[in-house]
Design a protein around this ligand. Sequence first.
Ligand code: PRX
Length: 655
Amino acid sequence: MTNGIDNLLHETRRFEPSADFRAGAVASEELYEEAAADRPAFWGKQSAELLHWNTPFTKTLDWSNAPFATWFEDGELNVAYNCLDRHVEAGNGDRIALNWEGEPGDSRTFTYAELTTEVKKAANTLLDLGIGKGDRVAIYLPMIPEAIISMLAVARIGAVHSVVFGGFSAESLRARIDDAAARLVITADGGWRKGKVSALKPAVDAALAIDGDGSSTVEHVLVVQRGNNDVEWFEDRDLWWHDEIGRAEAEHVAQPFPAETPLFILYTSGTTGKPKGILHTSGGYLTQAAFTHRNVFDLHPETDVYWSTADVGWITGHTYVVYGPLANGATQVIYEGTPDAPHPGRWWEIIQKYKVSILYAAPTAIRTFMKLGRQIPDAFDLTSLRLLGSVGEPINPEAWIWYRDVIGAGKTPVVDTWWQTETGAIMVSALPGVTTLKPGSAQVPLPGLHIEVLDDAGTPVGKNAGGLLVVSEPWPSMLRGIWGDPDRYVETYWSTFPGKYFAGDGARLDRDGDIWLLGRVDDVMNVSGHRLSTAEIESSLVSHPRVAEAAVVGAADETTGQAVVAFVIVRVEQAGDLRQEADALAAELRAHVSSQIGAIARPKQVFIVAELPKTRSGKIMRRLLRDLAEGREIGDTTTLADTQVMNIISTNIAG
Ligand code: PRX
């Protein structure tokens, strides 16, 4: 993604808000002014306005124990009450909260009153199972309403959820269960994907059997019936969701919890092999989730129909499917399946059916639709759309323009939103109705945030220069740490530039001071907007009996942003006739990574090579492998221990 940035910076198209949009916009210029005057006070005001506090806070930010922050520490609230009951009490119980669309075409609708009742029943079920405040619950579900109900039920009783994306393998699930010491897993028999049922429960069974002696921390597995596929049943451990919910009490009074009560852990890839359990807490997180959802998406909850296509297994699904929209009383659409099932116009059909007005999606999807051609979306009525959002990776100006022209009828604002699992909520984005839009740039920090681009020495770069993106002041939805590993938290995020949060992204400021994201500067890849660690995939490859060494790089890919490309050295004693079987071995290794981590981590290409490029101190020079994988001329090789090695690798690959 760093290639071609000079071209990007010459992008001159600009889109001013229309007079109509400006007149009805939720956001206003004054937000910036107000926030600049006193950031913590600004957030305090937003929080008091956007949320219901049972015990109002008297403090905003406490940074005395930096980099461990607290926000609104002496206040008390219930997150689920904020997302549910209060809307019902305000007379909006009949408003639709969820329009759920199953992949095979079945659908379910929940009003706020109905969703509240379901969550109360689920909360009572959890309590009956002995789950209480602070306990961890792993959620491994497809995109079905029960995923949202489960998350809110866990939040309602002050427990902590750890949602694991349904595409992750049994091993990845087990590692996450163990790290958080989860007592309960909520899963489904299976879910619909690409026209068939994809089983989930067998992965849970396998995960819990990994040590062979049943010694995991999990006491029960609660199973939603969705795929109707056959599943094995363990009488002492497994419970059907519908049985338990069926006998649960429908009344449950939400109890307030202190603002810093842990809300969830979400695992994400870092630069080492072990995923990090990013910890978020309640009051600050919900404040920024609600504020950004309202202002960045120009939400008018009485009239808008909002759809974020993200899975709840990712942070976007947490903040912009569950907590932001529901805290704001929005009506939203959620969809179980893939965009191309059963036909490539499925997304557009859903927008037409539910009259979606706000769509939030990833550039990789937009680029895929671009390739398929505009005749597909053109066959549907998309006139309900009035705002489009993008997240997960840089959106190139051509994709931005296509999104606005073809999906947004050449009228809708497009907001490119930069943020991370760690930031909890959107940090950099235009405000619709306020900002003049610039295709390809995420543009400006939101009000109340202090973001800078620094050079290696930690000095702000100034306009028209590039460097590293940092957040220079604490923000309400910031991660509160890495689960069980405070040192890693300090080391990973706060030691590069002491006192400032290091995001791991390169960025450039243009002549106006607008921010252009350039991709990760560390060993983290971004494939279809999903974060993957090179180290994690390398260690999976090396765990295969035939592999001696592996190096993984993220190579630029037209559709997915980056693609995983692996270079592998086979063990000498196992080498055999490599020429003949390289293809078969490459296929086997791709499948191995898929079964160990999950299909999203499967390398697009595996090259069997005789050498890897290393510095004299033994560090693999991934930069050179990336040059090779992207078909570029190989860069500077003078720091290699053996300067011939790249020739050998190129010959291997060509052969
Ligand atoms: O590199 C940035 C990229 O995604 C990373 C965060 O990934 P994750 O924690 O999985 O969260 C993704 C959804 C918020 C960032 O470090 N990224 C995210 N949004 C953008 C982006 N890169 C460029 N532009 C964006 N809008």
